[in-house]
Design a protein around this ligand. Structure first.
Ligand code: SF4
Length: 213
């Protein structure tokens, strides 16, 4: 893979305020690949087939951001730090265009592990949400489990995320993805897994686990 290409499981537009970030109309990208294997991971499809996912260039992602005039960038995974060099290129270009728009990143590493793996990237983020997912801990408005840390790095991050623990819980959005071969719906956000399990027991669902056709 070229060094300016990212392997992704998903790109989503129009992320709502409070759903994985602060500003309305953000772009979200979900990187492919993770080696942490948290029990109960809801994104296991992003690391079980290493060559799956879709490869997009940093330039293509910047073009999408420009075309839709997105109001921020949220990066999740998978484990984004595995592709940190490409993400650094993306974030630098995004901040060059939109210095006052937020960039947030979710990692399964602890904050110290993330800083030591990709210190330069840390300098370009407004917010880092860090730590592994622990299935038996309750979620918060921004994290899947309460052990995960929300690190407000810049003044912009501190201003936009002020009072985040009081934000509404379990915001979910449906993302429609279309390819040459299929259409699929996914959800983005912090789900209430107990309620989703109950709902799935009540309806007959054909669950599609493959991300890209
Ligand atoms: S870090 Fe995230 S993607 Fe990786 S296994 Fe844990 S929950 Fe899943």
């Amino acid at each position: 893979m070229r060094k300016s290409n990212l392997r992704l499981s998903q790109v989503a537009l129009n992320l709502a305020a409070g759903n994985l970030g602060a500003a309305d109309r953000r772009m979200g990208i979900w990187t492919y690949g993770c080696n942490l294997a948290c029990l109960g991971c809801t994104s296991a499809h992003t690391w079980k087939e290493p060559t799956a996912g879709k490869v997009l260039s940093v330039q293509t992602l910047i073009s999408i951001a420009k075309k839709h005039d997105v109001n921020g960038l949220t990066i999740s995974g998978g484990e984004p730090s595995l592709q940190w060099k490409q993400i650094l290129l993306l974030v630098k270009e995004f901040k060059r265009m939109y210095p006052a728009r937020e960039v947030g990143l979710y990692t399964g590493l602890t904050t110290d592990e993330f800083k030591s793996r990709c210190p330069e990237l840390m300098n370009w983020l407004d917010v880092l949400i860090s730590g592994p997912y622990i299935t038996n801990l309750p979620p918060t408005p921004l994290t899947g489990s309460s052990n995960q840390e929300v690190v407000l790095i810049t003044d912009l991050g501190k201003r936009l995320y002020q009072g985040w623990p009081e934000w509404p819980m379990n915001q979910l959005q449906i993302v429609a993805q279309r390819s040459n071969y299929a259409q699929r719906l996914t959800t983005v956000g912090i789900p209430d897994n107990r309620r989703i399990s109950k709902a799935l027991q009540m309806i007959d669902v054909n669950v599609v686990t493959k991300s890209w056709e």
